[in-house]
Design a protein around this ligand. Structure first.
Ligand SMILES: [Zn+2]
Length: 243
């Protein structure tokens, strides 16, 4: 797979080589809040997209819906989003160290668990979705030059849950790494449902089954920060950086 790299980035796109990442069962459902700068209709659409992911695993929710509203955060340095609120925000100025081509980014923080072993994975501890309102227009209806807000959100929420991109274009998936303007991808495909079930169903069932059983001790490794950029014309870029 050929990957483009932001001109201002020193690290290569991880593609599918990034660690398997997921949230601890005890942190689910996630309380992903929505910026007060989104309109009522946009908030409803974002809630619908959170609901789509919720409907993929029986009797289980990934996101608390309806989502709470939170004041918009518009930092000049993206690292400042590391707080206690998981949020969907509008950036009006964008960031000097993130490509201006990115429609939106999901920034996540996590820590490596069981490093160096076959059981190694990344435990996500924080994530935010930040939309690029400086360089792009988003819409709820197809309109010339605008990008479909729900489609971008559905894809980014997949990243929040730890899903990687699907680079095989013969597979229909909302996790394909790019989106064209006016294109609507507002519903999950079978491949997306399988991917999220694969990632979490063992977590969910083992957590229920072993409620009273002592969990194996986790070895905690280094902290990790990652930025996943969604691009309109080329594959979205996944960089992992140390905090
Ligand atoms: Zn992406």
């Amino acid at each position: 797979m050929q990957n483009s790299e932001p001109a201002n980035s020193g690290s290569a796109d991880l593609g599918t080589n990034s660690l398997n990442s997921k949230w601890e069962y005890s942190n689910l459902p996630l309380n992903v809040m929505i910026s007060a700068d989104f309109s009522e209709e946009e908030v409803a659409a974002i809630n619908d997209m959170e609901g789509s992911w919720n409907s993929t695993v029986d009797n289980f929710r990934f996101f608390r819906t309806p989502a709470s509203i939170t004041p918009n955060l518009d930092y000049s340095d993206i690292v400042n989003y590391a707080d206690n609120v998981l949020g969907v925000y509008k950036s009006y100025d964008w960031f000097s160290n993130v490509s201006s081509d990115a429609l939106a980014v999901t920034q996540y923080f996590g820590r490596k668990i069981n490093p160096g072993t076959s059981a190694e994975y990344l435990e996500i501890t924080h994530a935010d979705i930040i939309m690029n309102y400086r360089f792009y227009t988003f819409s709820l209806n197809p309109s010339f030059g605008a990008y479909d807000l729900p489609s971008v959100i559905l894809h980014e929420l997949g990243h929040v849950l730890g899903l990687k991109h699907v680079y095989d274009y013969s597979i229909e998936s909302v996790m394909q790494p790019y989106l064209l303007s006016q294109t609507q991808e507002r519903s999950l495909y079978v491949a997306d449902e399988i991917a999220i079930n694969d990632k979490y169903s063992s977590t969910v069932t083992s957590a229920i089954k072993t409620k009273n059983v002592i969990q194996p001790k986790k070895v905690i490794g280094e902290n990790v920060r990652g930025i996943i950029e969604m691009r309109p014309n080329g594959p979205c870029v996944h960089r992992q950086i140390l905090p």
